[in-house]
Design a protein. Structure first.
Length: 142
C-alpha cells in the first residue's frame, strides 16, 4: 500500500499489518528470491513497479534476513558482475555497507524512513516506509 504519491516522494508502506500469506520466494545462494507470488505482498508490489520502470534490466529482489547472509555465499564471478541496492534500516546499512565495500561490489542504499524491527526497536515489530522514488533514481543511474 502506498502512503501517497507526489512529484517529490513516493513512499511504500504496509499500513495493514494483518496480511497473512505464505511467501513463495525461491531459495538462492544470494537469499530468498522474490517471485511476486502474492498481490498483497509489499515486496512483490515494489518488484512489479521496478520491472515496469526498468523493463528488461536484469534486476532481481532478494530477501536477506541479515546483511552477512548474502555476503557469505558471493562468488568471484558475483564480485565482477553484481551490484547491490539495499533497502534497510540505518543500523544494517552501515554495517552491511562496510562489509559489501570490502568485496569491491558496487553498492547503494535506500534508508527506511524509520526503524520498526523486533530485533532493534519494538517487541512486536511494525512495517516501515521507504522512498520508492529514491530507489528508482538509484536504479536509473547505475
Amino acid at each position: 500500500m502506498f502512503n501517497g504519491e507526489d512529484e517529490n516522494n513516493t513512499h511504500f508502506s504496509n499500513e495493514d499489518n494483518s496480511l497473512n500469506y505464505h511467501c513463495m520466494a525461491t531459495s538462492s545462494y544470494l537469499g530468498e528470491k522474490c517471485i511476486c507470488c502474492n498481490e498483497e505482498c509489499n515486496i512483490g508490489k515494489v518488484y512489479k513497479i521496478i520491472k515496469e520502470e526498468h523493463g528488461n534490466c536484469n534486476i532481481n529482489i532478494y530477501i536477506s534476513a541479515h546483511n552477512s547472509s548474502i555476503l557469505s555465499n558471493i562468488t568471484k564471478e558475483d564480485e565482477e558482475e553484481l551490484a547491490i541496492v539495499a533497502v534497510a534500516c540505518i543500523n544494517n546499512l552501515i554495517e552491511g555497507g562496510w562489509k559489501i565495500s570490502s568485496t569491491g561490489i558496487p553498492a547503494q542504499c535506500v534508508i527506511l524512513d524509520y526503524v520498526g524491527c523486533r530485533k532493534h526497536w519494538d517487541e512486536e515489530g511494525f512495517s516501515t516506509n521507504f522512498n520508492l522514488n529514491e530507489l528508482n533514481r538509484i536504479l536509473t543511474i547505475t
